[in-house]
Design a protein around this ligand. Sequence first.
Ligand code: GDP
Ligand code: MG
Length: 781
Amino acid sequence: MTLKDLPIGSTAVITKVGGEGALRQHFLDMGMIPGTEVTVVKYAPMGDPIELMLRGYELTLRLEDAGRIGIEEGPAADNPQPLLQHPLQTEHPGLGQGGKYHPKGSGDPLPDGTELTFALVGNQNSGKTTLFNQLTGSNQHVGNFPGVTVGRKDGPIRGRSNTKVTDLPGIYSMSPYSSEEVVSRNFVLNDRPRAIINIVDATNIQRNLYLTIQLLEMGVPMVVALNMMDEVAANGGSVDINRMESMLGVPVVPISAVKNAGVEELVEHAIHVAHYQEKPLRQDFCDETDHSGAVHRCLHGIIHLIADHAERAGLPVRFAAGKVIEGDSLILKQLDLDQNEEEMLEHIILQMETERGLDRSAAMADMRFSFIQRVCDQTVKRPAESRERIRSERIDRFLTGKYTAIPAFICIMALVFFLTFNVIGAWLQGLMELGIDSLAGFVDSALQAAGVNTVIHDLIIDGIFAGVGSVLSFLPIIVTLFFFLSLLEDSGYIARVAFFMDKLLRKIGLSGRSIVPLLIGFGCTVPAVMATRTLPSERDRRMTILLTPFMSCTAKLPIYGFFVSAFFPKRGGLIMVGLYLLGIIMGILAALLYRGSLFRGEAAPFVMELPNYRMPGLKNVVQLLWEKAKDFLQRAFSIILIATIVVWFLQSFDLHLNMVESSQDSILAMIAGLLAPVLRPLGLGDWRIATSLISGFLAKESVVSTLEILFGGSVSTALSHLAAASLLVFSLLYTPCVAAIASVRRELGRKYAVGMVIWQCAVAWVAALAVRLIGLALGGI
Ligand code: GDP
Ligand code: MG
């Protein structure tokens, strides 16, 4: 029997974990080990994936993958783990409970003035972003890890000079399952932070400690930040901190990142262990009595055998030995063992598998989880069922319910877009435009009063203010959209959306998680492309990026708005919705095409945690908005500013650098004239349209402003309705703006970026031609 056959609400015990390679390792790391109890919670509204409860948390799994997990019905046999004897002789390190220093006998501190670098490591949804924001305030540096597309943030700890915290991506283990895990592991191994701050979600302590154990194996000075203690306490749970510290051998500090409680103490501890370079006192989690110590003997044997290789490779030997047993090819390569040694290790591991009755990876995961079980048995008093869990279940009954999930999703997204485009965003936008207009008016009269040269005057008023101003007035919409999206993300809803959309997205060859970047694509392609970084599979990531241009970004909205009000005022809503839908349909067609050509094969496995719903922290949201706004402003004042000046220059001067009377004689008209024949079949042969489309490549918003400038406000009489329709379709689909292309290039390389420009233009051309032909056939003009 497999997990797939288990009815809703029933409980069973895992007997066998199938699958292979990284996927199987991921199953194990998430706690699905032979002997573990699982309960089926529900099926997604479309019947796939399935939601499970194990080790006190919720996990989603595709039916297909669930079919690989063998089970036996009924609850797990009660198999009490022997208590750990008071484990470590030494006093726990660092600062003790209550904030008192323990006397340091043989302290060997780093010299004063050494920069103390910290890595912030934790599971997803453990409160990492919240803690990072508390630690650093707004003093953050956003960037990339070298060579990969995993986001990186650093910043100094507030009020502590010579410190630097680096926020590593949220991960579940140190296995190379996703590029995030590899990045985090390499950061700890190669960048050698002075200490690790490991954030642990205390409401989900078993699963979170799994990563902790792996970090301890690396032997780097560390503190554990036990987060969400406010929730644990409010539900009547508690943790014996002193005892947990002495069992783990590192300082454990209870905190609540949202309430900023305990963070100061955490910083004290972190600085202390980093300054004194206090290594974790325990790196050994195997049990000599478990199955006659099969894993224990194997592990320690291997530790001795590879000690010299590990030292040469600069790897912590305990960690390397564990990875050798798991068969981690990256580590094996670094160790550079010769064939005889490899064979010897293989024999030892085979022997262990026979004695333990589990395969190598499962045996390692089981060893770690049994240790965690013992720690939790002795230190954690779990509340029966937390209020948050009950609340989440209640909310989920509606938001992921069989008949309500999709309608609710549509309503929520409609509400978000309504509030963004019609209410809040629009209001802010009006305000912004008012500000820009009055500033432009003021500057205009000041320039005139000062008798400034007309060229400069034109440049400032018609070039810069008209161009950048029209782009800037867009900022409020983007910020508002991100505000809602980050609320949805932080509350835990987006994970649910991925859960119930998975089946649908799989039809076009993607996984449910791709829905998030695609949705963000309706806001702006740049962050959408960046949001694909959270996707665990490279194939899904590439394919998702290639689909984002089909989602109408907000910058195209002024184009739609302008043409709709000029040409189709009565059917505005219909045409807007139609354009969005057309984009989606073209996206689906493109996805089917990509699936059959560029990206053969299956979408990535979908093993994902569903966190409890939580109130998003205001600070996180504000921080994110600030980042987005800053990013947008930087673009507005760099690329877009240059673009507007260039376009203004090209259209104001001729080849002899004389200012032209009519823009028809300008350089731009010449360039556009070359392009115009290509657009003629679409009914868009006017050079001014080609010009505005060129400026649209720099920033979509400026299609409209350029048209306005060039036509001198007479666009609505210069174009036929049919031409307007094909221009709309062309603008919907043609190349994304330069900033978006730049981010595609950063993510996928030059080839993809150039390819995307050409491909999107071709698609747009064909679609616009189709519109024209259909229109002509229907007797349009
Ligand atoms: P990340 O995925 O690890 O970056 O987690 P976030 O920082 O985004 O936090 C996930 C959610 O947990 C957010 O809604 C936070 O507001 C919430 N959260 C974070 N820390 C705490 C805490 O200490 N207590 C409670 N109750 N909620 C928290
Ligand atoms: Mg986060």
